[in-house]
Design a protein around this ligand. Structure first.
Ligand code: MN
Length: 496
């Protein structure tokens, strides 16, 4: 679906001419081996490409300028095998626009106690060479991820991989287009936001389209195409007889399939990576897109309901960052609570639009009344979601900045059938506990809409926030409410 191997991270080693040709030859050989090792490691999601060792301000500038303009380069990894005087880096770093990871490593893991001599010391200087480099990056107030340890250490590889995934999500946002079909749900606050500022900060654009523009495309879909999709529905989902071809309620499923194909065509023709809609603006549409939104999300599109473009864009970024990992990434909403003192739970769902990539087992395609919107009964996929570690994330517009807020949660297997709730749903326990987790979320201004992930961690999102220049707040196992409230106060002061 989204192939991260199409992206490159450049491995750039800094040095200088002080050491002579022999040493520089070894620096290059070692750097090539490390780049090859990173590129070939099992979990590396992108290509890692060796670049010739940079030894002068001119070489540094040219390489970083090249990184900026190479379309599939999503970031750089820097390492100072020897000492690379960091004033040489100022001009290059000042124009660098791609994410950076500083790998504080060493070619050899161990000190060769019996053979170590001054030649070895000349070559293996990253313990101080990387500090000189680190100073100039801090002095220039540039965001980067610092990873420390031997380059074959699984923990180090994991940290690099998390950053590479975050960089891929960021890269995907640059120039991305999101369609807002209809405006914001009337009077809702948190789904609003500054779209001009978002485009400046995040690189994606959000523009509105009248629902009539979409209806025109939906009406252009052929019977043959609809029948082909209906065959796929019947092969993929559990469907009652009256919903199948020839059944009494089949028309609802037919209309839903037509909407799905129309929406897909609309998104493809416009080059969109995601969309929002709203049940308050469905003029000319027969039903609210249910299964259409569910399946388009599973295919990689970002989506959120009620005009919530920030969450739609975040869901898309999650899909890119999590590509190839086990588990799904989805639009979610905290819906209702279970306040049993011995088993406190949040039930997450939406009216219809829960991502089909979360389905645990075979989903059921069902048609039921919606209760709002005043349209025909919409078709939707109904399923449960597996237990396990997960997180919810929200981007909120605080007026003077965007905040990325996450809450780590533990999803639990459904313990009860819900025969009268025909929507997909998931149950989870927020960390550190229900009361603290929910209170912290509300103090931090988190939205009711979220991007829900089964395969991304706080580390991916911390890296993503650093790359995007976002304020990052994590509610997790160690969160104490009084400390979190202070963090929010101090952050307010730091952004003044
Ligand atoms: Mn909603």
């Amino acid at each position: 679906m989204i192939d991260l191997k199409a992206f490159e991270v450049w491995f750039i080693t800094g040095s200088q001419h002080l050491y002579g040709e022999e040493t520089l030859k070894l620096v290059a050989e070692h750097s090539q081996q490390i780049a090859k090792g990173l590129d070939g490691a099992a979990g590396t999601p992108v290509r890692v490409v060796y670049k010739p060792v940079v030894k002068t301000p001119e070489e540094i500038y040219a390489t970083l300028q090249d990184a900026n303009t190479t379309a599939n380069c999503i970031g750089i990894i820097t390492w100072m095998h020897t000492f690379s005087p960091a004033k040489m880096w100022i001009r290059g770093l000042s124009i660098l626009q791609k994410p950076m990871l500083h790998l504080h490593t060493q070619f050899n893991r161990d000190i060769p106690w019996s053979s170590i001599d001054m030649d070895f010391m000349n070559l293996n200087q990253s313990a101080h060479g990387d500090r000189e480099f680190g100073f100039i990056v801090s002095r220039m107030r540039k965001n980067r991820k610092v990873v420390v340890g031997h380059w074959q250490d699984p923990e180090v590889l994991g940290q690099i991989n998390a950053w590479a995934r975050a960089a891929a999500g960021w890269h995907d946002w640059q120039g991305a287009k999101f369609a807002r079909i209809g405006d914001n749900m009337r009077y809702v606050a948190v789904t609003e936001g500054d779209k001009v500022e978002a485009e400046l900060k995040f690189g994606y654009s959000v523009n509105t389209y009248g629902v009539g523009d979409l209806v025109k495309v939906i009406d252009s879909i052929s019977d043959d195409a609809i029948n082909e999709l209906l065959t796929e529905y019947e092969a993929t989902y559990t469907m009652a007889a009256d919903l199948q071809k020839g059944g009494a309620k089949h028309q609802s499923v037919y209309d839903a399939a037509k909407i799905e194909l129309g929406l897909k065509k609309f998104l493809e023709e416009g080059g969109f990576k995601g969309f929002t809609d709203t049940f308050e603006d469905l003029h000319g549409m027969i039903q609210l897109p249910g299964i259409a939104a569910q399946r388009l999300m599973a295919a990689g599109y970002g989506f959120a309901g009620e005009g919530d473009w920030k969450t739609a864009a975040l869901v898309r970024a999650f899909k890119v960052m999590g590509s190839g990992l086990k588990g799904g990434n989805a639009f979610m909403e905290d819906y209702t609570y279970h306040f049993d003192p011995n088993n406190q739970l949040v039930l997450g769902s939406h009216m219809l639009e829960i991502d089909a990539s979360l389905a645990n087992g075979k989903a059921a395609l069902e048609v039921h009344p919606l209760g709002i919107g005043g349209k025909a009964d919409p078709a939707r996929l109904v399923f449960n979601v597996a237990g396990g570690a997960a997180l919810n994330a929200s981007i909120v517009d605080m007026g003077n900045r965007f905040r990325l807020l996450i809450n780590e949660v533990e999803a639990v297997e459904p313990q009860n059938d819900l025969p009268n709730l025909p929507v997909a749903r998931v149950l989870w326990k927020p960390y550190p506990d229900m009361k603290t987790g929910c209170a912290a979320w509300i103090y931090a201004g988190g939205a009711h809409h979220t991007a829900y992930s089964q395969n991304l961690t706080a580390e991916h999102l911390q890296d993503f926030a650093d790359i995007a220049g976002l304020e990052f707040i994590r509610i997790g196992k160690e969160t104490k409410l009084d400390q979190l409230r202070n963090e929010l106060r101090w952050n307010d002061a730091s952004y003044k």
